[in-house]
Design a protein around this ligand. Structure first.
Ligand SMILES: [Fe+2]
Ligand SMILES: [Fe+2]
Length: 372
């Protein structure tokens, strides 16, 4: 099927065929997947927009203006379009487990990208502070492109996430602005690290590049890098955000984001096998890069080489499997299994939190350039 096929016109027969084969997820269930709100799925956020709007970027003015100018120059303006590098994708010939996991990966990536778009657009709409609205407008522009590009890729498989419906109907989680900073800064930087790690790996092992979208990851991840830079600067406007009790909040967010990523990636064994990537190695590599980058602003980094770190992540993953098995089993036995799994996951997370963090003194200037 070609890229231009519209979801509403030509895909009905494809979806029907798919349903007959009971293999491919149709668009409605793709949207349903995107609608899920669990600890492991991407969420939509809302915040105190007035407080956000009151931020004064004067303390970081020079770096700020430079970053905004870079984003306004729009280096990726023409990037998110299919061109001759977009080889034909044999969705029908794809191994069914791989296809299912890859589609799940695309849906969850699309939801995450779009979640950024929705939050940033809302900030732009509600704000009056020109520095802030300009930034959020530029970031919303990028995230809309990213989500749209993934949706284009999904459409070739006869699937699309209904982004309009998501905006209207998905549950929004409220976070105070400082928590938005920690969570969003991290998700942008970890997004950069994830995309660039896959890109570099596939540069060395092109035989594992089973879909053309990976060729787009390098320029793509530079957008995420810049978004992360913006949040680093925002946090630099107020030293309180990265000191005192907030050191503990930062440690909490680092642990939660890393642990979620590790568990989620292990849910996709066929996907990682096709990429020729061991998810444990990949996780560690992404954490290492993200930790190194986050030294630009965070007063602590996690000790990912601590002897309890990896065993706890493994335990968390086992607990997650137990929860899933309990849910599938149903009945009282299944319920008990699920609750026991959840208790184990909770205790393991606490154990991860008790690993001492490594103190860090961020440099005078926060700005970084992508180095991987
Ligand atoms: Fe993005
Ligand atoms: Fe981003």
């Amino acid at each position: 099927m070609n890229a231009q096929t519209s979801l509403h016109s030509a895909d009905a027969s494809t979806v029907e065929e798919a349903l007959e084969r009971q293999e491919v997820i149709d668009s409605e269930s793709a949207t349903a997947v995107a609608m899920q709100n669990t600890l492991l799925t991407p969420r939509f956020y809302t915040t105190d927009f007035e407080e956000m709007d009151a931020i004064d970027v004067t303390p970081v003015r020079e770096a700020w203006d430079k970053l905004i100018a870079e984003m306004q120059a729009d280096p990726n303006k023409g990037h998110f379009k299919k061109n001759a590098d977009w080889d034909t994708v044999d969705w029908d010939g794809m191994e069914p487990h791989l296809r299912a996991e890859f589609i799940d990966f695309l849906i969850s990536s699309c939801t995450a990208e779009f979640s950024g778009c929705v939050l940033y657009k809302e900030m732009k709409r509600r704000g009056k502070n020109q520095d802030i609205t300009t930034l959020f407008q530029l970031m919303a522009r990028d995230e809309a492109r990213h989500a749209g590009f993934i949706n284009d890729a999904l459409r070739e498989a006869g699937i699309a996430v209904n982004l309009g419906f998501l905006t209207q109907s998905k549950k929004y989680t409220y976070f105070r602005p400082k928590f938005i900073f920690y969570a969003t800064y991290l998700s942008e930087k970890i997004g950069y690290a994830r995309y660039i790690t896959i890109f570099r790996h596939l540069e060395e092992h092109p035989e594992h590049r089973f879909h053309p979208i990976f060729k787009w990851f390098r320029e793509w991840c530079n957008d995420e890098f810049r978004h992360g830079e913006a949040f680093a600067l925002l946090m630099r406007t107020d030293p309180k955000l990265t000191s005192g009790i907030n050191r503990y909040w930062i440690k909490f967010f680092l642990t939660a984001v890393y642990a979620t990523m590790a568990v989620r990636d292990h849910q996709r064994p066929y996907f990682h096998q096709a990429l020729g990537v061991d998810p444990t190695w990949y996780g560690h590599e992404v954490f290492r890069k993200t930790s190194e980058i986050s030294k630009q602003v965070f007063p602590v980094t996690l000790d990912i080489d601590h002897r309890r770190w990896q065993p706890n992540l493994d335990r968390l993953q086992a607990a997650n499997q137990q929860i899933a098995a309990g849910k599938k089993q149903g009945g009282i036995g299944g319920w008990l299994k699920e609750k026991a799994g959840a208790a184990k996951a909770g205790m393991t997370f606490v154990s991860l939190l008790t690993i001492p963090a490594i103190a860090n003194a961020p440099p005078v200037s926060a700005r970084l350039e992508p180095a991987y």
